[in-house]
Design a protein around this ligand. Structure first.
Ligand SMILES: C[S@@+](CC[C@H](N)C(=O)[O-])C[C@H]1O[C@@H](n2cnc3c(N)ncnc32)[C@H](O)[C@@H]1O
Length: 261
């Protein structure tokens, strides 16, 4: 059986793209916060690596702030959309989008001789595979970065949030689509299983479109801290949000700033 990520991000990329486009609406505030934090560490330009870049919202917004960006994703649909958007935003000369598996990061970036100043992993783009895979991704990212480079992990789900605010069901509406989520979380394994059920709205009725079964390893802040340290990144700060730079709490998402040792 193929991994659920193939189904959600490749086979049904048409559906996930709708969710991704909603995130674009809040990306200005995210990037203003990230660039303010980077300035604190003496970085206001340079080259950044956007891990699991989706349709490019982080790379494109960072390019508009003067960074050169390389975005990597394994979904052709998202990358095609990202390239079209880079053009539309006038940054296609400073952003490169590459297709590849983040678990084979060095291989995917073999054509680039850059040493990155910034690495970004946004919107819960960890925990899709094994903990060992995540460790290897951050280790490879460290090897591709200069000493003192900054790693940003943004808008990420974590175990404290699930303990404080677990909701077994939720639903989201995006134009003509309704998405129902059923959720289970096992604190003994840190695995969250979700059923995402998509419907098309048709007047008063809902027509079933598809269902995707998701399994995510949800990290605790301390587990991710330990993983990053072992991969060569020293965590420096934790925020609840890059938009507000409020402190992290069980009720916020997880946002980490770490430095390459
Ligand atoms: C939740 S989305 C986040 C997208 C983007 N970082 C953002 O903030 O808009 C997760 C992304 O990870 C990508 N992805 C999942 N598994 C991947 C893999 N093995 N290699 C590369 N990209 C992957 C998906 O295609 C998707 O774009």
């Amino acid at each position: 059986m193929s991994n659920w990520t193939d189904k959600l991000f490749i086979e049904r990329s048409d559906l996930f793209l709708k969710l991704m486009n909603q995130r674009w609406l809040h990306t200005d505030e995210l990037i203003n916060g990230i660039t303010a934090v980077l300035r604190r560490y003496g970085i206001s330009s340079g080259i950044l690596l956007d891990l699991c870049c989706g349709n490019g919202r982080v790379s494109i917004h960072m390019a508009k702030k003067g960074f050169r960006a390389v975005g990597l994703d394994f979904s052709k649909t998202f990358l095609d959309d990202a390239r079209r958007r880079a053009d539309e935003h006038g940054v296609s000369k400073t952003v490169t989008f590459l297709e590849g598996d983040v678990r084979k990061l060095k291989e995917a970036l073999r054509s680039s001789s850059e040493s990155f100043d910034v690495v970004i992993n946004a919107w819960t783009s960890v925990g899709f595979f094994s903990v060992k895979d995540d460790f290897n991704v951050f280790k490879q990212a460290r090897e591709l970065s200069r000493q003192g480079a900054i790693l940003i992990i943004a808008e990420t789900m974590h175990t404290e949030f699930l303990s404080a605010k677990f909701t077994p069901t939720s639903y989201t509406e995006i134009n003509d689509i309704m998405m129902l989520k059923n959720r289970k979380y096992d604190p003994t394994t840190s695995k969250m299983n979700e059923s995402w059920i998509f419907y098309e709205k048709s007047g008063e009725n809902l027509k079933f479109i598809d269902r995707v079964e998701i399994e995510l390893h949800v990290y605790s802040p301390s587990e991710l801290t330990c993983l990053l340290r072992n991969a060569g990144w020293e965590p420096l700060a934790f925020y609840g949000s890059f938009s507000t730079l409020q402190p992290m709490s069980p009720l916020t998402s997880l946002n980490i700033v770490a430095r390459a040792r």
